[in-house]
Design a protein around this ligand. Sequence first.
Ligand code: COA
Length: 159
Amino acid sequence: MDHIDHMMTIIADAFDPHWGEAWTRRQLSDSLVLPTIFYRLIGGDGVAVPSGPGGHVPDEFVPAGFILTRHVRGEEELLLIAVRPGYRGRGLGFALMKCFEVDARNRGAVHLFLEMRINNPAEKLYRACGYLPVGKRRDYYRLKDGSSLDAVTFTRELT
Ligand SMILES: CC(C)(COP(=O)(O)OP(=O)(O)OC[C@H]1O[C@@H](n2cnc3c(N)ncnc32)[C@H](O)[C@@H]1OP(=O)(O)O)[C@@H](O)C(=O)NCCC(=O)NCCS
């Protein structure tokens, strides 16, 4: 299994189809060829594997979660974070957010941000990691049932 296979396994398990947040294999593979996109895969043992040359995963790797980010000129945005339901509540999401912070800083980021649908329970994790809400986009997400949801933007400055 390659990294995309592992990420697709996690996406299939972690995202509730109701919200339409899951990425397709095509979306993921198209994004990963861009030089601005980075990720970390985390195994059930809590070891986080980076994108790029350092990202070897052993055959026995058990994919538990991943984080996907985009870096543009000193700003890094969290695009996706997911942990499979059976591995939640053990700090893996927090560990991935820490990787995001450290990796983004090493890439020269000073401003981190993310956007989430309003009332996503992930907000607790984001606040625990020091992110604060700074804005709202009304009716930003369109759901399959025709309803819409606001997006909330969170930021964190790296000093
Ligand atoms: C959001 C998500 C990634 C969290 O993953 P997780 O592995 O359960 O997260 P954690 O265990 O690290 O964090 C959850 C909890 O620990 C807290 N936490 C964990 N480690 C911590 C630490 N060292 N210090 C402080 N708080 C910590 C979090 O605030 C939170 O509190 P709770 O246990 O009381 O609920 C996961 O629920 C998920 O995949 N959701 C579906 C996908 C999704 O909605 N993604 C976001 C949009 S892309």
